[in-house]
Design a protein around this ligand. Structure first.
Ligand SMILES: [Zn+2]
Length: 103
């Protein structure tokens, strides 16, 4: 049995959240550093609704944005370091899309 490859990402390594439409495969990205991120509730390409405006899923995604911001703001005061473990299977190379993240 091959060893499973796993990676550790620090909170500052988390750059963006990508939403990909399961219907048309179009994607949109939200940079995590931005103060106010709006959650896309529908596909901007094919207009497929993705979630209910104000529903549980949208609230959870908003909470995720806020949690990352809060942890980043407070991490220097904490006496521990938080890292997120990612399996190699969960990694997708972003070479083509990288320019979308650059300022
Ligand atoms: Zn779509």
């Amino acid at each position: 049995m091959m060893a499973e490859k796993r990676f550790l990402a620090g909170i500052d390594d988390l750059r963006a959240i990508e939403f990909t439409c399961k219907k048309c495969k179009a994607g949109t990205t939200r940079i995590l550093n931005e103060e106010r991120n709006f959650v896309p509730t529908q596909c901007s390409n094919c207009n497929q609704p993705w979630m209910i405006n104000g529903g549980v899923l949208e609230q959870a995604i908003r909470a995720l944005f806020k949690a990352v911001r809060t942890i980043r703001e407070l991490q220097n005061e904490a006496i521990f370091q938080l890292k997120i473990e990612i399996t190699a299977e969960g990694l997708t190379p972003l070479a083509v899309q990288k320019s979308a993240l650059e300022p």
